[in-house]
Design a protein around this ligand. Structure first.
Ligand SMILES: [Zn+2]
Length: 273
């Protein structure tokens, strides 16, 4: 099954709570939503309300940890980052979320090898403490769009191999931008999934938006129709391989592009029949 939904409360949803966002998402014919902590963490009570609303509407919930996390930085950076991920995990459990997504950090003055070493160590700590606390929600590691940020697809793969309980989050637009517009043909998408094969994933979480880029990687998110990303080719690969996947739209026209992806998907499914 392929679920599609917005990152955050749809922009055209008048009521600005997450619960209203979930109901609105379902009314748009979508079936997933990513909860973000744009204005700080939510309360435990709200998390429980989200769980109830998601169950009632059959909208799958995913959660994004606060963006600024640096598990490769100094002691203070690491403590703050760890706290953000751990709080996100706790709330995700209360929300009945299927997975959380997090960023991991920056190279700064460190070598890539040293950055990896620190991140693996700190992430294992997070995972171990969560497990002890009875939380076994997968920790999604996002592929990042800017070249100075930790998170190439190879690095994400290495983390997932070395830290149990972590899985990749395929930010397709970030991969495209980091590679200078590398996703053009169906084979380019196939190569990504082939690369991930050794991880034996039963589900893929995908982030999608149009994107502009330069030599440093990602510049801006733009609507899908204004970008050179061939979304239809991604969908064809998902369908042909019969993957279970969730696509979260991170477009500036968030729910419009989520609905647009849904239309493309429905059309592609018709073609395959
Ligand atoms: Zn992200």
């Amino acid at each position: 099954m392929i679920r599609i939904g917005p990152a955050g409360i749809p922009l055209s949803c008048k009521e600005r709570t997450n619960v209203d966002g979930i109901i609105y998402t379902r009314c748009l014919g979508l079936s997933a939503m990513e909860i973000r902590f744009a204005r700080g963490f939510i309360s435990e009570e709200e998390a429980k309300e989200i769980k109830a609303a998601a169950k009632k509407t059959d909208v799958a919930i995913y959660v994004h940890a606060p963006y600024y996390v640096n598990l490769a930085g100094n002691k203070r950076n690491v403590e703050m980052g760890v706290e953000k991920i751990e709080r996100t995990l706790k709330l995700a459990k209360l929300m009945g979320a299927r997975m959380i997504t997090t960023h991991l950090g920056f190279y700064g003055h460190l070598s890539k090898k040293e950055t990896m070493k620190r991140i693996v160590k700190n992430l294992r700590g997070v995972r171990d403490r969560a497990k002890k606390g009875g939380i076994e929600i997968p920790i999604g590691i996002e592929t990042m769009g800017k070249r100075e940020v930790f998170g190439s697809i190879e690095e994400v793969m290495e983390i997932c191999r070395r830290v149990k309980g972590t899985v990749p989050v395929l930010d397709i637009s970030h991969i495209h931008a980091r590679g200078g517009g590398c996703l053009r043909e169906k084979e380019d998408f196939e190569r990504i999934f082939d690369m991930l094969e050794p991880l034996h994933l039963s589900h893929y979480l995908i982030h999608l938006t149009g994107v502009t880029y330069s030599t440093g990687g990602e510049k801006y998110h733009v609507p899908i129709k204004k970008s050179d990303l061939p979304v239809i080719k991604l969908l064809e690969v998902l369908l042909e391989r019969n993957y279970d996947a969730t696509i979260i739209s991170e477009s500036p026209v968030v729910e419009h592009d989520a609905v647009y992806i849904q239309i493309l998907l429905d059309r592609a499914m018709e073609m395959i029949k």
